[in-house]
Design a protein around this ligand. Structure first.
Ligand code: NAP
Ligand code: MG
Length: 487
């Protein structure tokens, strides 16, 4: 596909200005649909660049926090309007940069706009409670105060929505921020930051520094002037960030991996379940933390369900996300593709049966990109890597269970607990699932991926630091409570 964008170099955004890194080096961000296309060059920043950004955020924090919530919210409304105007352009950029289809990136940008509007309104909602004192002459209440400087470290898989769902609440509750986006999504993040710039936020309130995670991300976690860190990404990186933050007493929030199960009960609407499994497992090329990766089916309907799944999988068109006919785009990077292929190999070696897919796609134009077939395994056992580990690709491990009770046991038998679905029409099954499934997001007759911005989002077990994002839950992380006693 011919490129229409000129390759541009993006700078860091520090104290209201776009500045080059002192390293004078750049990294390139590639299009995973066509590795010949460089989507943009971004700064390969150093610790000194980060220090400048943190200093700017620190300087800006007193004035920013003294504004009213409504005033801060007004800025977010403006950002929402600017993003609305730039929706098509930013969605296309995200598709070029990380590969998911244009329909998905447009939907994601629309989600970003809705999040900005939601948190703009949050600037006028309550921040505390009056609590009756045992002293009849005293007034006791709670109020909230921002953390100060918040470091925002984001992954590439939702390059628009995740930065926004962290930046918007951080800002409206009065924090200033330093954002470090994933290498594979830095151009898209720069465009989002441009929207904040155009909205006229005071200098230093929003800063962005791009560069290696081991330098800039770790630098944020270790920085004495960063008061809070909000992170979404892998477990290995998240754990390091948590340890660094804990060591110096900073507040932190980690949203990490998943190994999300779908249970299909014998009484389920199988058509509905099959469609939801396909969407949950293969949309965004399986690169969602809430993606379906294990499907546990009642033995009575296993064969019928398997056939439905295989028929639907064979209908999926894989290709460049910019092409309107494409249903599933490439993996976001070569290393992501290699990870997926190595898990597929492991699945075969460990004795699972490959039902469909399993190969890299390299015919015609696809040879230039990082494409893999949607893949389904059966005869999967609990000890297999494809059953236990997050793959972050379009791979399903299909399993059989004799009862919903057994299915639940299998579903819970992983270290993760982000999202889980059941398909059933039986109220007892539904209630057992809600009660016994170890996951932060419980979905009934709906795909495992899918969240609403006004509801709490986050996982149990190793999927999260047990904190929640989005909706009102964001307030818990981005503020501290003060209990006030007035005599
Ligand atoms: P990742 O490799 O952990 O990277 C996430 C972010 O951390 C990137 O900005 C990365 O920068 C940075 N980073 C890397 N090393 C670091 C270090 N030592 N210290 C501090 N920061 C560092 O994750 P990813 O590959 O971008 O994203 C995929 C993962 O995110 C999956 O595990 C997925 O489940 C998870 N995820 C979770 C949720 C959720 O809400 N639970 C949502 C979406 C994704 P570089 O890009 O420069 O390496
Ligand atoms: Mg990475």
């Amino acid at each position: 596909m011919a490129t229409t964008v000129q390759t541009k170099t993006y700078l860091n955004f520090i104290n209201g200005e776009w500045v080059a890194s002192e390293s004078q080096e750049v990294d390139h961000s590639l299009n995973p649909a066509s590795k010949k296309e460089v989507v943009g060059y971004v700064q390969k920043s150093t610790e000194r660049d980060l220090n400048h950004a943190v200093k700017a955020a620190k300087q800006a924090k007193e004035t920013w926090r003294k504004l009213s919530g409504a005033e801060r919210g007004e800025y977010l409304y403006k950002v929402a309007q600017i993003l609305e105007r730039r929706l098509d352009e930013i969605a296309e950029c995200a598709t070029r940069e990380m590969g998911k289809t244009l329909a998905e990136t447009k939907g994601e940008t629309a989600r970003g706009i809705a999040i900005l509007k939601y948190y703009a309104g949050e600037g006028m909602r309550k921040v505390g409670d009056v609590i009756p004192s045992t002293d009849s002459e005293a007034l006791m209440f709670t109020t909230r105060t921002p953390l100060g400087v918040v470091g925002v470290i984001t992954p590439w898989n939702f390059p628009i929505a995740i930065p926004i769902w962290k930046m918007a609440p951080a800002l409206v509750y009065g924090n200033t921020i330093v954002v470090k986006p994933a290498g594979e999504a830095s151009v898209t993040c720069a465009k989002i930051v441009e929207c904040f710039e155009e909205a006229g936020l005071p200098n230093g309130v929003v800063n962005m520094v791009t560069g290696p995670g081991s330098v800039i991300g770790q630098g944020i976690a270790d920085h004495k002037d960063v008061d809070g860190i909000t992170f979404t990404g892998s477990n290995s990186v998240g754990k390091r960030i948590g340890q660094a933050a804990l060591a110096r007493g900073a507040k932190y929030q980690l949203e990490m991996g998943g190994k999300n199960p779908v249970i299909v009960a014998a009484d389920a609407d199988l058509q509905l379940a099959a469609e939801a499994v396909i969407a949950g497992a293969f949309r965004s090329t399986g690169q969602k933390c809430t993606a379906t990766s294990r499907v546990i089916v009642a033995a009575e309907v296993f064969d019928e369900f398997k056939e439905l799944l295989l028929t639907k999988t064979k209908e999926l068109s894989v290709g460049n996300g910019l092409d309107g006919q494409t249903w599933m785009g490439p993996c976001a990077s070569e290393s992501q593709l290699n990870t997926v292929l190595s898990y597929i190999d492991k699945g075969v070696q460990e004795g699972a049966t490959l039902l469909t897919g399993g190969k890299r796609l390299e015919n015609g134009e696809l040879a230039d990109g990082f494409y893999v077939e949607p893949t389904i395994f059966e005869n999967c056992t609990q000890d297999m890597a494809i059953v236990q580990e997050e793959i972050f690709g379009p791979v399903i491990a299909l399993m059989k269970a004799d009862s919903v009770k057994e299915a639940l046991k299998l579903a819970n038998n992983v270290e993760y607990g982000l999202s889980a679905s059941i398909f059933t029409t039986n109220i007892q099954h539904l209630l057992s699932f809600v009660s016994d499934m170890e996951a932060g997001l419980i979905r009934v007759n709906a795909e495992s991926a899918g969240v609403e911005l006004q509801a709490p989002f986050g996982g149990m077990k190793n999927s999260s630091s047990h904190s929640r994002e989005q909706g009102e839950a964001a307030k818990e992380f981005f503020t501290s409570i003060k209990t006030v006693f007035v005599k």
